[in-house]
Design a protein around this ligand. Structure first.
Ligand SMILES: O=P(O)(O)OC[C@H]1O[C@@H](O)[C@H](O)[C@@H](O)[C@@H]1O
Length: 313
């Protein structure tokens, strides 16, 4: 029988444009109906591209970055876990490489959720990635023999890029860890930018024998090699990268109370085989982390850290 009011004729929500998600080689790429896009390499679950609707790239990836899975990707947002920097001697992480193993392991794509399932009206896409102890190479499993699960979520909306790491201790032994999200921002000119909202904080100056110093400047200019860990930041106060008084990026954090600011400058840039000699001029790393002291996770417990980056819109 022909019914004039059959459900199909009253447009059952089919008109809401949905994000597209596709697999491109070893990367997962998502594009919002509004045009913003993100690309996440399975190697390290490294976000390697974040573009605004006008196509403008927000992240720096070196022209010399190695993308074949033989070395951590030089740029984007590598995930640092379970140790930040060179591991200390006589610690459970001592046999691991600098910045741990998460950035140099193949992660699994766990799936996507989009606006509707996330209960959001605007267009948003969430990509989830997982890494667990059973997926580690033999070398790392031996070097750090704990049972763990990591879920890393990358959430793109027209206004922001949010990345969130969930750490679970799946074993019965407690373990110590650091986490850090190693954002490489693409900027027009390092001599023109300032990093704001770190005033009065204590920082560890890695370019000066790891001395602790007090930040007196309202805004930090990068005029030479810079490698500082700002301690005890207020995670809700956005750390901003500005140029001519306007924010290029602002970063808020949850659970990530340190902020590392890094630029290798001339000599260090020359010493890195996967970084162009002049590329330090077009990048700055501002890295929210939990690296002041070890986070201790008891067996069965979980921990989460999140950053939200808002670009200039
Ligand atoms: O060369 P890597 O291991 O990627 O590290 C890059 C930089 O990463 C920063 O987070 C550290 O503070 C620096 O000390 C380090 O040089």
């Amino acid at each position: 029988m022909d019914r004039s009011n059959k459900p199909a004729s009253i447009g059952v929500g089919a008109s809401i444009p949905q994000p597209t998600v596709k697999v491109n080689g070893n990367a997962i790429e998502a594009t919002l109906p509004t045009g913003e896009s993100v690309s996440v390499h399975l190697y390290g679950a490294t976000v390697t591209s974040w573009k605004l609707a006008n196509g403008q790239e927000q992240l720096f990836v070196s022209s010399k970055a190695i993308l074949d899975g033989s070395k951590a990707i030089r740029g984007g947002i590598p995930v640092v876990f379970p140790v930040f920097g060179p591991p200390p001697p006589n610690h459970a992480t001592s046999s691991l490489p600098q910045h741990g193993f998460a950035r140099s392991q193949n992660w699994e794509f766990l799936g996507k959720s989009s606006s509707e399932s996330l209960g959001k009206k605007d267009s948003t896409v969430k990509l989830d990635f997982g890494l667990s102890s059973s997926m580690l190479s033999e070398q790392f499993r031996k070097a750090w023999p704990y049972e763990f699960g990591l879920v890393y979520s990358v959430i793109l909306s027209p206004e922001s890029l949010e990345t969130s790491i969930h750490v679970q201790n799946k074993g019965s032994q407690p373990f110590d860890f650091h986490v850090l999200l190693h954002n490489y921002f693409k900027i027009p000119d390092v001599s023109k930018i300032r990093v704001q909202n770190l005033q009065s904080l204590t920082y560890t100056d890695k370019t000066d024998n790891a001395k602790n110093k007090q930040e007196t400047s309202k805004e930090i200019s990068i005029t030479g090699e810079t490698d500082r860990i700002y301690l005890d930041t207020d995670p809700t106060a956005p750390v901003s990268i500005t140029q001519d008084g306007k924010a290029l990026f602002s970063i808020t954090r949850e659970g990530l109370n340190t902020v590392t600011v890094w630029n290798p400058w001339v000599e260090k840039a020359k010493g890195m085989s996967d970084f162009g000699d002049e590329e330090y001029k077009g990048m700055v790393c501002v890295e929210p982390g939990a690296v002041k002291s070890w986070q201790v996770l008891e067996g069965g417990d979980a921990w989460e850290g999140t950053q939200t980056i808002r670009p200039r819109l």
